[in-house]
Design a protein around this ligand. Structure first.
Ligand SMILES: O=C(O)CCC(=O)C(=O)O
Ligand SMILES: [Fe+2]
Length: 334
């Protein structure tokens, strides 16, 4: 295990690392972010990651008419520049980004209209999403092991064959903006927020920084793209996959696991309008009806945090929480 800046460890989840569960839990308790070594155990072959990034670039660099064919509906589809405001209390202008949100696939079939090039590469996209989900389940099993609860306590609540969930694979594009649109002091690519689901996997590209996390001392700390500095030595080495804890994991653990606030800035070392950044986030959510109650773990019972979310005596479900958070960022009513 090696350390990255912003105190984010790089963890190997292959069976040869008997400490993986403990290491993952420690990182999640600390600041809620960790890297997973992208080796065979992660099940995300670098060629598949590259292929998905290529499709994403083709889409975002393609004609706007193509994008407009699939505007956002039910949190799926194309999100245009400044349509979303992740930190509405503090932002004057919306996020300087575009996104395309893909919901779950059922038997490799999308549940939403897809534009090109996704529509003619459905299998590639569905397969990538499936691999992301499998990795999330593997991480959830490691959390269950570390918390000493049945190994499928989390993963059974994320079994997509048992119902709908808010899971979204989001392709993101933060274009550099021309000088006449250059960002002002408080403009931001993605406003400060925590993620709404269980876990998020984040894929980044070399030389495209910008992600920052809010540390317990209240300062922003940058998240590296290449935490082990391997690229100068081996430019073909796969980058580790960033994982962060979402709100639901925090609720399920009485706040022991941290759903840390993060944001994406125009990097200071780039020109004023920034350089292009592409990233891909897999937001893993449980089945809609999953209840946000504390997990049956001694460790969690003993932890005096803020557990479970009750409103007017009713235990919230994953879907209740998601609708509430989406309403705030898109300025609509829940
Ligand atoms: O693009 C990134 O690095 C992070 C995006 C993010 O935090 C989000 O979409 O929730
Ligand atoms: Fe996020």
């Amino acid at each position: 295990m090696s350390k990255a800046s912003a105190d984010i460890p790089v963890i190997d989840i292959s069976p040869s690392n008997s400490e993986a569960a403990k290491q993952i839990l420690a990182a999640a308790e600390n600041n809620g972010f960790l890297f997973i070594e992208n080796n065979a155990a992660a099940g995300m072959p670098p060629a598949k990651v590259d292929e998905m990034f290529d499709l994403s670039k083709k889409f975002f660099q393609g004609p706007v008419e193509n994008k407009k064919e699939c505007p956002t509906q039910n949190n799926r589809g194309w999100v245009s520049m400044q349509q979303e405001t992740l930190d509405p209390g503090n932002q004057k202008r919306g996020d300087f980004k575009e996104a395309f949100n893909l919901g779950e696939f059922a038997n490799n079939k999308p549940n939403q209209p897809l534009p090109k090039p996704f529509s003619n590469n459905v299998n590639t996209v569905a397969d990538f999403s499936k691999s992301c989900h499998a990795l999330c389940n593997r991480i959830l099993e490691l959390f269950a092991e570390a918390l000493d609860i049945p190994s499928d306590w989390f993963s059974s609540r994320h079994d997509q064959s048992n119902g709908a969930s808010g899971t979204i694979m989001r392709l993101l594009y933060y274009p550099s903006v021309s000088d006449n649109l250059a960002p002002e002091e408080d403009d931001i690519r993605a406003g400060a927020h925590s993620d709404y689901g269980t876990l998020t996997l984040l894929f980044q590209l070399p030389s495209q920084p910008g992600l920052e996390i809010l540390t317990p001392s209240g300062t922003w700390s940058s998240v590296p793209v290449d935490p082990k500095n391997t690229l100068p030595i081996d430019p073909s080495a796969p980058l580790p996959i960033l994982v962060n804890i979402g709100d639901l994991m925090s609720y399920w653990t009485n706040g022991l696991l941290k759903s840390t606030v993060h944001r994406v800035i125009f990097p200071k070392e780039a020109r004023k309008g920034g350089e292009d950044r592409y990233s891909m986030a897999y937001f893993c959510h449980p089945l809609d009806e999953a209840e946000l109650v504390a997990v049956p773990s001694k460790r969690i019972e003993q932890y005096k945090g803020q557990g479970g979310v009750e409103k007017g005596g009713k235990v919230l479900t994953a879907k209740d929480h998601l609708l509430e958070r989406l309403a705030a960022t898109y300025g609509t009513k829940a």
